[in-house]
Design a binder for this molecule. Structure first.
Ligand code: AMP
Ligand code: ZN
Length: 122
C-alpha cells in the first residue's frame, strides 16, 4: 500500500507547495517547518514531512529515517527559534494522533513549543 505523496485537499500539503502562505522556519528535501497560526507559547512551530502521511498511526519501518531526521532537527530549530538551553529552558514536542489524540489536521506534524512560561495551554 502506498500513500499519496500529496493530498490536494490537505492544508499542510498546500502550505508546503506554497499555495497557502505560511511563516517558514526551515525547509529541506524531506521536511518543512512553519509557525503555528495559533501559538500556545512564545515559540510554537510545526515540523512536517513533505510527503503526505496522515498521522503517526500510518508510519512504519520505511519512515524510520524520516522520523529520526525530524526528531534530531527539532531541538536545533527550537534553539534557533529562541528556546533557551536545556535544562532551564527546553521545549515540548507534541504529535497529536487521531481524534482521541486531539489531531485536527491529518498530515503528520510535530508541534515544537517553548519559551518562557506561562503558556496558553499546558
Ligand atoms: P493538531 O490539533 O495537532 O492537528 O494541530 C494542528 C495545528 O495546525 C493547530 O495548532 C493549528 O493552529 C495549526 N494550523 C492550522 N492551520 C494553520 C495554518 N494555515 N498555518 C499555520 N498553522 C496552522
Ligand atoms: Zn498533506
Amino acid at each position: 500500500m502506498t500513500e499519496p505523496q500529496h493530498d490536494p485537499n490537505c492544508i499542510f500539503c498546500k502550505i508546503i507547495a506554497g499555495q497557502i502562505p505560511s511563516k517558514k522556519v526551515y525547509e529541506d528535501e524531506h521536511v518543512f517547518a512553519f509557525h503555528d497560526i495559533h501559538p500556545w507559547a512564545p515559540v510554537h512551530f510545526l515540523l512536517v514531512p513533505k510527503l503526505h502521511i496522515p498521522s503517526m498511526a500510518q508510519t512504519g519501518p520505511e519512515q524510520q529515517a524520516l522520523l529520526g531526521h525530524m526528531m534530531v532537527l527539532a531541538p536545533k530549530l527550537a534553539q534557533e527559534q529562541g528556546c533557551e538551553p536545556y535544562p532551564e529552558g527546553g521545549f515540548r514536542i507534541v504529535v497529536n494522533t487521531g481524534t482521541h489524540g486531539g489531531q485536527e489536521v491529518h498530515h503528520l506534524h510535530m508541534h515544537v513549543i517553548g519559551g518562557p512560561r506561562p503558556w496558553l495551554k499546558g
